[in-house]
Design a protein around this ligand. Structure first.
Ligand SMILES: Cc1cc2nc3c(=O)[nH]c(=O)nc-3n(C[C@H](O)[C@H](O)[C@H](O)COP(=O)(O)OP(=O)(O)OC[C@H]3O[C@@H](n4cnc5c(N)ncnc54)[C@H](O)[C@@H]3O)c2cc1C
Length: 320
């Protein structure tokens, strides 16, 4: 039996296993399904490369370190960093960030340094941004952006959980604009690992072979056992749970019912992904950019659309 078992071979469990391997600790990943990656799943169908989970990721220093250690640096793919993002407002796609706002909405954002109130305990994301930047900035920028990321209503998202740094900035400096101005004059004091080579330019990344390249590569290099449905806490001296909380509840119910009861309160939002394809000449203007987000009150029953083939090369056949 290894010293550590990690339940779940999604990106969390796999990156944990990779880190333990680097530290020389004997670990095994126990995965219920027959594949690694969890919600990260790339499928190649009739010349299309489709992502059924995340489409791209930000290259945080620790993610970059793992990618470099695995020899995937050359596989990284970045879209044009200046590619526009859009928000669907009043029947049209408007360029992020100012396009969706009225003159009054922009003036209200500029008034942020003069807002004196401070965050109450566990304020919602909606409460925080409405208070500091106004209703329009919240409804047309923040809410669609966060709904695109979390698929959740900003009234149910905790500011302290989603943007802890912003709550701190407000508490310390009285405004976010003030905090940003001060941060320009301060030296960075980061504890992040120093990269072994220059970080490629870009805001988000994927791989030539799609998002699944990363979990598949880690899985090749660590000990993963597939089709394990009855892994339990205590089967090894240390157990790491890297499964969604509703699965963790099932595993923890017997030995740790108090923790299971807490985890039961975590809400998950259901989500449907649809991949669509259009002939290039069926759109009036060539699709450029990341895609668009749709605020809830704009009458479109979707969170947003990614222009995958405009974002990354090799995602669709020519002329589609
Ligand atoms: C549609 C979608 C789009 C997203 N877009 C982005 C994005 O663009 N950028 C971004 O950074 N993030 C994005 N995310 C979020 C990100 O993909 C996830 O947070 C992350 O992949 C979750 O990884 P995980 O390992 O924690 O969990 P999971 O991927 O859920 O992996 C859990 C694993 O545990 C296994 N498992 C479950 N129960 C058991 C059990 N009892 N025993 C053994 N194994 C078990 C499952 O089979 C699965 O393999 C997106 C998520 C979704 C769903």
């Amino acid at each position: 039996m290894p010293d550590v078992i990690i339940i779940g071979a999604g990106i969390s469990g796999l990156s944990c296993a990779w880190k333990l391997k680097k530290l020389g600790i004997d670990a095994a990943v126990l995965e219920a399904s027959s594949r690694a990656g969890g919600v990260i799943r790339t499928e190649n169908v009739n010349g299309y490369q489709i992502e059924w989970g995340p489409n791209s990721f930000q290259l945080a220093p620790r993610a970059f370190q793992i990618i470099d250690e695995l020899g995937l640096y050359e596989e990284l793919l970045a879209p044009d960093p200046h590619a526009p993002r859009y928000v669907f407002v009043n029947g049209r796609l408007r360029k992020f960030p100012f396009g969706p706002l009225s003159f009054g909405g922009i003036i209200r954002i500029l008034g942020e340094p003069f807002v004196r109130s401070k965050s109450a305990t566990d304020e919602s994301v909606s409460g925080f941004f409405r208070r500091r930047f106004g209703g329009q900035a919240h409804d047309r920028l923040v809410a669609p952006l966060l709904t695109g990321m979390y698929a959740a209503n900003t009234e149910h998202l905790s500011m302290a959980a989603v943007f802890p740094r912003m709550v701190e900035m407000e508490r310390e400096y009285g405004s976010l604009a003030g905090a940003m101005l001060r941060s320009f004059t301060r030296r960075s004091n980061s504890s992040e690992p120093a990269p072994s080579r220059p970080k490629p330019r870009g805001s988000v990344f994927s791989f030539h072979g799609g998002m699944q390249v990363l979990p598949a590569k880690i899985a090749e290099n660590v000990n993963v056992q597939y089709g394990v449905n009855h892994a339990r806490v205590g089967d090894a001296p240390v157990t790491v749970l890297a499964v969604p909380t509703y699965r963790a509840v099932e595993i923890l119910e017997q030995p740790h019912s108090a923790i299971a009861n807490l985890l039961r309160k975590v809400r998950y939002a259901p989500m449907v992904i649809a991949a669509t394809s259009l002939p290039e000449d069926s759109v009036k203007e060539p699709l450029r950019g990341f895609g668009f987000l749709a605020p809830r009150n704009q009458g479109l029953h979707l969170l947003g659309t990614l222009f995958s083939s405009a974002l990354f090369t090799g995602r669709a056949p020519n002329e589609r």
